[in-house]
Write a protein of this length. Sequence first.
Length: 200
Amino acid sequence: MIAPCGAEAQVVLPGALRAEQSKECMTTTSTTEPILSPSLLAFIQQWKDKPGNLIMVLHRVQQEYRYVPREVACKVAELLDVPLAKIYGVITFYHLFKLKKPGRHQIAVCMGTACYLKGGEDLIKEMETLIGAGVNTVSPDGEFSVEVVRCLGCCGLAPVLTIDGEVYGNLTKAQLPDVLAKYQGAPATPAEVNAQGVST
Ligand code: FES
């Protein structure tokens, strides 16, 4: 069981374990070391000795990369001097953290009662046809990832979906291609540029 947010203990790795961990990181990731941005490094330094630092740092990593790349997890383990296993324990415990690189644009289809009854499922099926990605998958071109959410709080607009947080209500299957086209090939965000520097 992972300690709740902010309660994890500071762990100092013995030399042998540290060596084993760095070997594991080297053998399971790309040979190039991730280059963390100056602001991320500064953030890690700022939190290095504070309680609850792991959660805070992982949040910051995900903010920068949109997920937690393994290379970066290894680097964080090294910088915070904590076991890699502990980092993965936290990542897998909290659903918020992503281990896999998401699509460039994140689609959330509402399947709350109102949206379900008004055709939310049809939107998902149509999306599968249009972008080749179903629920919890990424389209083959890496443009979109799709997830299902429960009630976005605007049931009067059902069926509803969001793309990168932008809300589309009263949506029909026929409108989907135009909506998706707005995002396809849109310029990369700073987070994407960071993520491209890290292999998956
Ligand atoms: S059920 Fe979809 S917004 Fe409420």
